[in-house]
Design a binder for this molecule. Sequence first.
Ligand SMILES: Nc1ncnc2c1ncn2[C@@H]1O[C@H](COP(=O)(O)OP(=O)(O)OP(=O)(O)O)[C@@H](O)[C@H]1O
Ligand SMILES: [Mg+2]
Length: 295
Amino acid sequence: MELKLTDLTKKFGNFSAVDHINLTMRNGVYGLLGVNGAGKTTLMRMLCTLIKPTQGHITYNGKNIYEMDSAYRNLLGYLPQEFGFYPEFTVQDYLLYIASIKGIRPVVAKKRTKELIHGVGLAKAANRKMRTLSGGMKRRAGIAQAMLNDPKILILDEPTAGLDPNERIRFRNLISELSEERLVLLSTHIVSDIEYIANDILLMKDGKIIRQGTLDAIIASMPETVWICHAEKQQVSSMIENYRVSNIKAENDHAELRIISSEKPLPEATPVQPTLEDVFLHYFGEKAGDNHVEF
Ligand SMILES: Nc1ncnc2c1ncn2[C@@H]1O[C@H](COP(=O)(O)OP(=O)(O)OP(=O)(O)O)[C@@H](O)[C@H]1O
Ligand SMILES: [Mg+2]
């Protein structure tokens, strides 16, 4: 299986939300990581044939997905970033309803719904109304609806938004179970979600894929060094002004700083192995959503 993006571009007026992307994806979990406005949703909407590219094309096993039309959509499962659900429906009725929209035969739909409700860990909530579910449970119902047709391509836009730590772990396990024999593309701006689930990481910035590879490869591509050093508390604000600080730990009257810099920031600074968070900070700077630190 091969999903290939060639010179893929989407313009809104003169602005390129997706800018000349060339990318080939096969089975496995791909993590699309980028800050707000990077173009993640726009890219995904094109992959779901919801919007048309301004330029370039997408092929599935060599065939244009827009020409494949419903044959392609039958292979596709999609969880939109803002997914509409039906508040008064029970989880089970909601899934059966979506199955009917997707044209799945009632007998098959019933069986599949039952399996998926168990699969995503909603067995106890099957008869609860959608509006009474927690955020994480709703997302899991959303993933179940995307899985109804046993898609070969599963596209999940910010599936972990608003999940608590327990739900995040459950979600990661669920994705690794679902990822066998299919392509899963998920977007997030939360580094730790990508680190554990994606085999392949795509860093997206200003409509472009600026880096692609395994976690190790992405980390190895980091051009700057990460340093740990200790500073007096009163030095901290000037260090923040002068360097890219990825973390600060307070220690009595001292602070331990984690700094991303090509040069040694302080004489006793020691180089350490970068993490994906450091790489993210290197490329995305101050906008690095979840790893901004206050002192
Ligand atoms: N229909 C539209 N018309 C005009 N501009 C749009 C439209 N859709 C998206 N954009 C712009 O394209 C850019 C990329 O938006 P997109 O929603 O793809 O980003 P994103 O990476 O998904 O961001 P987020 O993390 O906030 O979800 C943004 O600058 C956005 O304002
Ligand atoms: Mg988005």
